[in-house]
Ligand binder design. Structure first.
Ligand code: AP5
Length: 293
């Protein structure tokens, strides 16, 4: 029964996902997607006249919250083996992605980076990607209604329910935190990496990513050890001194209101230590959060 409900939800979500992510909906084409609502209280409607910018996903939070709470309660095992549900936050380049690689390997959780999801959507030229691109290129936050739909969908897929999840870069505004809470999804731990602004610019500008493995490097602090990897590294388009100033401003405008939502499960960590030292602190924090659940 639970599996059937999850399947129903997944199928519906896949439908919504297809409407939003499909490359087949071209920006210049006439777009006709019917308005529909299902038993989970989600109504989707694409305004054909105003096209992409007016694409809207409406959540009836009461209905959605009730259904998702039921599914989460039913799907979570009662034993100590409950999967981890972790949020990691911090300023741009504070080391979230670097720590996520280690947490994912240690705890087997599903890593959900909203930045990576959005970059993939931009690369695939999906509808969400087309909307997100100009915001990301200027260092601004993507609108809440765009990103909330993406995350709500992903968190309720079977792999996240089974293995647990690690949310990296979400929620980033009070509206996102409220939307997450409204769906009945809660985290066990909110990790916050503290790094002074003046160190972040150097981290941003020196960051490189391996497109084949997704591994994050820094040309000064953690360069690759082979010439082959070095040759294929890429730099993010928003990793410039100019754009990181905008990203930092967006971060400071929102951080206190987000932290305020997680006071009871928040662990603040000094992110200005060696990667392995930060990782040790992360491990301690997660064990403590686990014990408190
Ligand atoms: P996103 O990709 O999430 O970027 P970000 O939050 O700015 O974080 P970063 O990925 O830049 O840094 P990080 O903390 O992961 O650091 P990393 O480990 O790589 O988001 C990009 C954009 O997408 C946003 O600007 C926005 O437009 C949009 N977006 C995403 N989520 C959104 C949301 N929820 N709402 C609205 N819009 C959203 O490390 C950085 C560098 O430092 C690396 O080179 C690394 O090697 C090095 N490093 C890491 N740890 C250490 C250490 N301890 N010591 C020395 N160097 C270190």
């Amino acid at each position: 029964m639970i599996a059937l409900k999850l399947l129903q939800l997944s199928l519906f979500i896949t439908t919504v996902h297809s409407a939003f992510f499909s490359n087949s909906i071209s920006g210049s084409a006439r777009v006709v997607v019917p308005k529909f609502e299902n038993s989970f209280g989600i109504t989707s409607h694409m305004n054909e006249k105003k096209q992409l910018r007016e694409t809207e996903l409406f959540f009836n939070m009461d209905k959605l919250s009730h259904k998702l709470s039921q599914l989460h309660q039913s799907a979570s095992p009662e034993s100590d083996e409950k999967p981890y549900r972790i949020i990691i936050a911090g300023a741009p380049a504070s080391g979230k992605g670097t720590q996520c690689e280690l947490i994912k390997n240690n705890y087997g959780v599903v890593h959900l980076s909203t930045g990576d999801m959005l970059r993939a959507a931009v690369a695939d030229e999906t509808e969400v990607g087309k909307i997100a691109q100009e915001y990301m290129n200027s260092g601004k936050l993507v609108p809440d209604d765009v990103i909330i739909g993406v995350v709500a969908e992903r968190l309720n897929q079977p792999d996240c329910l089974e293995k647990g999840w690690l949310l990296d870069g979400f929620p980033r505004t009070r509206a996102q935190a409220d939307a997450l809470a409204s769906t009945g999804v809660s985290a066990d731990c909110f990790l916050f990496l503290d790094v002074p602004d003046e160190l972040l610019v150097e981290r941003v500008v020196g960051r490189r990513t391996d497109p084949e493995t997704g591994k994050i490097y820094h040309m000064k602090f953690s360069p690759p050890d082979s010439e082959e990897v070095n040759a294929r590294l890429i730099q993010r388009t928003d990793d410039t001194e100019e754009k990181v100033k905008v990203r930092l401003q967006q971060f400071h405008d929102n951080v206190d209101s987000v932290k305020g939502c997680y006071g009871d499960i928040m662990v603040e960590l000094d992110g200005n230590m060696a990667v392995t030292s930060v990782a040790d602190k992360v491990k301690d924090a997660l064990e403590k959060c686990r014990a408190a659940v």
